[in-house]
Design a protein around this ligand. Structure first.
Ligand code: NDP
Length: 263
């Protein structure tokens, strides 16, 4: 156990999916700032490699970007093996990549379902499994997995003022993640692997930038702290969960929502 309240991640290698922008970028920066080597997984961004290079330079750590669709099990396994060889051994994972489809429920299709669940549920599972397999094979007792879920695992967040439009597949996929975390935590405790979530409220990222101004103001007023969060405000809980201070924490869903779930 580390003494005092210093978190030192030197010697650790942390994979952050969707680590090139938004909340994931804040996670990548925070891990690098604590001294970790960071592997950023992205889907199609044009500048992820430059982002990784900048993080490495500014924080004096190794950082590299890897293009990989988290919904593709084979590719995820290959990519984790590659990261482990090039930057590893991998010691932690932040399964953060997530997408939404915003449409009235009556217009949603099976293809929309697949689009959301392939990333938000299967993508989380694929990456968690790839990390856990490496750790089990290595007989390394330990490893921490942090999953970015959402307060919408518990509530339905409306995206139109008249309550007539929600995000049915997004909300239900995050609800699925709540139970996925508990199952994985229960099964993998025998290997010393901890699995938890950071579940944000509204955060200023590309995902929320397209929101209608009226609904945005309305939602911000509903948050007890009166505003949307900045991505950096999600990092304290994630870093804690990756650290030894969280050695007795597993299967938990931790809300960082400005108090939104009080109502
Ligand atoms: P952004 O839309 O800003 O970024 C999404 C990230 O996920 C990008 O890095 C993107 O890569 C990556 N990604 C998407 N699909 C895939 C895929 N198939 N394979 C690999 N990477 C993929 O999202 P946010 O930062 O807003 O959200 C991050 C997480 O936080 C998500 O899980 C989201 O559901 C959750 N969340 C967000 C909230 C918010 O208010 N913003 C609130 C609650 C939860 P690329 O750049 O290459 O496309």
């Amino acid at each position: 156990m580390t003494k005092g309240f210093t978190i030192d991640f030197s010697g650790k290698c942390i994979v952050v999916t969707g680590g090139n922008r938004g909340i994931g970028l804040a996670f990548s920066e925070a891990c690098a700032n604590a001294g970790a080597t960071v592997a950023i997984i992205y889907r199609s961004s044009k500048d992820a490699e430059k982002v990784a290079e900048r993080i490495g330079r500014e924080h004096g750590v190794k950082a590299k970007a890897y293009q990989c669709d988290v919904g593709d099990e084979e590719l995820v396994t290959e990519t984790f093996k590659k990261i482990d060889d090039e930057l590893g051994p991998i010691t932690g994972l932040i399964a953060n990549a997530g997408v939404s489809v915003v449409k009235p429920a009556l217009e949603l299709t099976a293809a929309d379902f697949k689009k959301v669940y392939d990333v938000n549920v299967l993508g989380v599972f694929n990456t968690a499994k790839a990390a856990a397999k490496l750790w089990k094979e290595r007989k390394a007792k330990g490893g921490s997995i942090v999953i970015t879920s959402s307060m919408s695992s518990q509530i339905i967040n409306q995206v139109a003022e008249n309550k007539a439009l929600t995000q049915v597949f997004y909300n239900s996929s995050k609800g699925a993640v709540s139970n996925l975390v508990k199952g994985l935590a229960a099964e993998w405790a025998q290997y010393g692997i901890r699995v938890n979530t950071v579940s944000p409220g509204y955060v200023n990222t590309d995902q929320t930038s397209g929101m209608d101004k009226n609904i945005r103001d309305y939602q911000a007023n509903n948050v007890p702290l009166g505003r949307f969060a900045q991505p950096e405000e999600m990092t304290g809980q994630a870093i804690l969960l990756l650290s030894e201070y969280a050695s007795y924490m597993t299967g938990g869903e931790y809300f960082v929502d400005g108090g939104q779930l009080i109502w």
